[in-house]
Design a protein around this ligand. Sequence first.
Ligand SMILES: CCCCCCCCC/C=C/C(=O)SCCNC(=O)CCNC(=O)[C@H](O)C(C)(C)COP(=O)(O)OP(=O)(O)OC[C@H]1O[C@@H](n2cnc3c(N)ncnc32)[C@H](O)[C@@H]1OP(=O)(O)O
Ligand SMILES: NC(=O)C1=CN([C@@H]2O[C@H](COP(=O)(O)OP(=O)(O)OC[C@H]3O[C@@H](n4cnc5c(N)ncnc54)[C@H](OP(=O)(O)O)[C@@H]3O)[C@@H](O)[C@H]2O)C=CC1
Length: 296
Amino acid sequence: MGYKEGMLRDGALDNKTVIVTGGGTGLGKSMATYFLKLGANVVICSRRLEVLETTAKELEEQTGGQILAIACDVRKTEEIENVITKSIEKFGQVDGLVNNSAGNFISPTERLSYKAVDTVVDIVLRGTYYFTLALGKYWIENKIKGTVLNISTTYAWTGSGWVVPSAMAKAGVLAMTKSLAFEWAEHGIRLNAIAPGPFPTKGAWDRLFPEELAKKFSFENRIPLQRVGDHQELANLAAYLVSDFSAYITGEVITLDGGEVLSAGQFNFLKEVSEDQWDAIEDQIKNANRNSKKSE
Ligand SMILES: CCCCCCCCC/C=C/C(=O)SCCNC(=O)CCNC(=O)[C@H](O)C(C)(C)COP(=O)(O)OP(=O)(O)OC[C@H]1O[C@@H](n2cnc3c(N)ncnc32)[C@H](O)[C@@H]1OP(=O)(O)O
Ligand SMILES: NC(=O)C1=CN([C@@H]2O[C@H](COP(=O)(O)OP(=O)(O)OC[C@H]3O[C@@H](n4cnc5c(N)ncnc54)[C@H](OP(=O)(O)O)[C@@H]3O)[C@@H](O)[C@H]2O)C=CC1
């Protein structure tokens, strides 16, 4: 048993229908795959229908599960409503939503046009709250205890240069997660988030770690656990958070990053100190302790 294996028991998501935005590629595809294996019906939606349809066919063959692919730009409310209507038509009801769609790229902020900032913020923040609002209204009206899982980032907490629109939008998503978790708890609706560290995907690597950078930097060294994430690790946590096993968790953000975000710790530079140096340092400190006792 290890982190590359599925964690939940068979049938853990039986009788649930979950919408995964951006489910045609990357982490969305990995989550969709695992949800299907656990018995869920899955709806994947994003802008490129041909990508979604290829994924749907592949996953149907791989898992034997039921999957529906629908084109949807999450910036457009009528397209979101169409996804919800079609999902209910096919599967009877919708129980879960994973807001996974995103747009992002590295750039010095002063190089960005107004439209570039809008584009990222609109996909990440507007897309997430439009979809959440549309499903929340449906859940409250139909007394369904739905669950939302938002895929955020660790820099939503810390901030990060060179991805400022994404950081602003992902931080907004966390504020929404916590605020609505309280407000909609009385309807039995839960909202949680995952803040992933680096999980290799083509979409992210092309835009955040292009070859020019990969040649020069090895970011694995910055990660205390010294590796990138495995997609199944994220899928395991996501499945748990959309399942009824997590029924008492709401408004939570779980970081899954091998400790990367902890690198700000003030004394973490001591990683460079050798055993011999520690011997000398310990002597110096103990001497100072003795001296301070003498002068009391
Ligand atoms: C360390 C290890 C890491 C490890 C990884 C760590 C992960 C960090 C956490 C976060 C990860 C992610 O979110 S990863 C998700 C990555 N996946 C994606 O981004 C997939 C979807 N992305 C896209 O489709 C595109 O990249 C995106 C630009 C966002 C949207 O496409 P659109 O077709 O809607 O928009 P476009 O018309 O092309 O562009 C809109 C405007 O943006 C400008 N624009 C586009 N790219 C630009 C660029 N590179 N520099 C400046 N400006 C740019 C254009 O010029 C336009 O402005 P005007 O010129 O004024 O018109
Ligand atoms: N990979 C990583 O290391 C990390 C990823 N994340 C987050 O994980 C999530 C998945 O990213 P990842 O799998 O890496 O990258 P991908 O690029 O594979 O996923 C992004 C998805 O969003 C969809 N999308 C983009 N714009 C829109 C839109 N306007 N409407 C609907 N869907 C849209 C894309 O599909 P299409 O083009 O067809 O619309 C694509 O499937 C994102 O939220 C990202 O921020 C967070 C931290 C780290």
